[in-house]
Structures are given as C-alpha cells and as structure tokens.
Design a protein around this ligand. Structure first.
Ligand code: DC
Length: 226
C-alpha cells in the first residue's frame, strides 16, 4: 500500500535530507515545499516586489510556474534556480512571503494536488497540520538551534562558503520566531505527529528511526501500488 508521509519542523532540522533518503528507500517522490516559498521570494526579487507587499506578491503567483526534476533541481518558469534559492537572502525572503495568506493558499493548493495519488514524502512547516492532514505518517523533526547551526556551518565549510557560527544561530532563531508566530498556519507539531529530536543523532539513525515508525504502523510495507 502506498501512503503519504508528512515531515515538519524548524529550519535546518534536516527535513529535506531525511525526506530525500526516505524517498529513495521507499521509491517515493519527495516534495520540498520550502523550495516553493523560496521560488516565490525569488520571483518577487526579480520583479522588484517587496516580500511583504501582499497586493503585488499576489499578482506574481499565477505567473510563477514552479517545477522539479528527478535529480532534485528546482525550476522557476523553466529557469534552473536550485542554487539561487538556497542563498541567504532567499531564506528570510521565503519566511517573509510565507506569512502572506494568498501565497499560502496558492502553494497549499499546488501541494495538495501533487499528493493526490499517494507515494509522496512532503517536508515543510504545515504539512501535517494543513496540507496533508490525512497523511498516514506524520513526523515532527527538530533539534536544538545550536546543533542545527552547527550542521549548516559544516555544510558551508565543506562547500567553501565563508560563514559565522553566531550569525547562523541568530538567523535560525529569527526564522524560528517568525515561522512559529505568524498568523496563518504557524509551525506547530500536529497532534498525531511523532516527535523526533535529532540533536544527538546521525542521518542514518534518523532514517532508521523513521523507517521503524513507518514499518511498525505498516508491517505489510509501503512500497507497493495497491
Ligand atoms: O524549509 P525552508 O527553510 O526551505 O523554508 C523556507 C521558508 O518557507 C521557511 O522559513 C518558512 C516557509 N515555509 C512555510 O511557511 N511552509 C512550508 N510548508 C515550507 C516552508
């Protein structure tokens, strides 16, 4: 039986990394919904529209076509924006546009449509609470701000991107605050989600923990199409 899996949690908790691994393991499709908010932030930047100017941002939505390929690349109106949307300005931009109700309604509708045939692992902030309320498995992935910042720091160092650890902690705390305090669909753990704190865990341990949760609930397996 194929199911849908929702993974929510704060920034840099490892949601996308874990979702990608699980998608590979179960032969599922991964949808990184944060990338969609990042694309809208980029569309605003390209059109010189302020991220919180709802009237103007709203006009950009119908003309912002977001697509993905099997390699995990992200396209905005056909242009490969995979790297651009990961740059620092896009993180806060995405957090800003995600506070707007019209943006959320538009992207949530696209995400629901994506998941209608099951076999999807979606990660974000409101997947278990809004987008896939009926997902068969819901995980709330978290870690302390310091350990999330340390992971980002190491990632940046490996890629040769200079960064400051304290600035990363501050950036994470700022985004956590905005994402958990916004008016529309703030980040919260769904009542039926399982909390996984990854502060002291390796990627493999997190994948194993979630696989156990899935396989305990669905001992018959989740990879078959019936
Ligand atoms: O997961 P991320 O860091 O790429 O997400 C970027 C921003 O988008 C994040 O700060 C909050 C917002 N977001 C959201 O509001 N709802 C989602 N489902 C995914 C992301």
């Amino acid at each position: 039986m194929r199911i849908n899996i929702a993974i929510d949690g704060p920034s840099a908790a490892g949601k996308s990394t874990i979702a990608k691994r699980l998608a590979k393991k179960y032969n599922y499709i991964h949808l990184d919904t944060g990338a969609m908010y990042r694309c809208i932030a980029l569309a605003c930047k390209m059109a010189d529209v302020a991220w919180k100017d709802e009237e103007e941002v709203k006009k950009l939505l119908p003309q912002s076509k977001i697509s993905f390929d099997a390699l995990g690349n992200v396209y905005l109106n056909g242009e490969n924006v995979t790297r651009r949307i990961r740059e620092k300005d896009m993180s806060m931009g995405a957090s800003d546009v995600s506070t707007l109700l019209s943006v959320r309604e538009d992207l949530v509708a696209r995400q629901k449509d994506f998941a209608k045939n099951k076999g999807i692992i979606m990660d974000g902030r409101d997947i278990g609470t809004v987008v896939l309320k009926d997902a068969e498995i819901k995980i709330f992935l978290t870690a302390s701000p310091a350990s999330r910042a340390m992971r980002r720091y190491k990632e940046n160092m490996e890629k040769g991107i200079p960064c400051d650890f304290d600035a990363l902690v501050k950036d994470i705390e700022e985004r956590d605050y905005q994402d958990t305090h916004r008016e529309h669909s703030p980040l919260t753990q769904a009542e039926d989600a399982v909390l996984v704190d990854t502060s002291e865990m390796s990627i493999e341990e997190v994948v194993d923990t979630i696989s156990n949760i899935i396989e305990t609930k669905f001992p018959e397996g989740v990879s078959e199409n019936d």
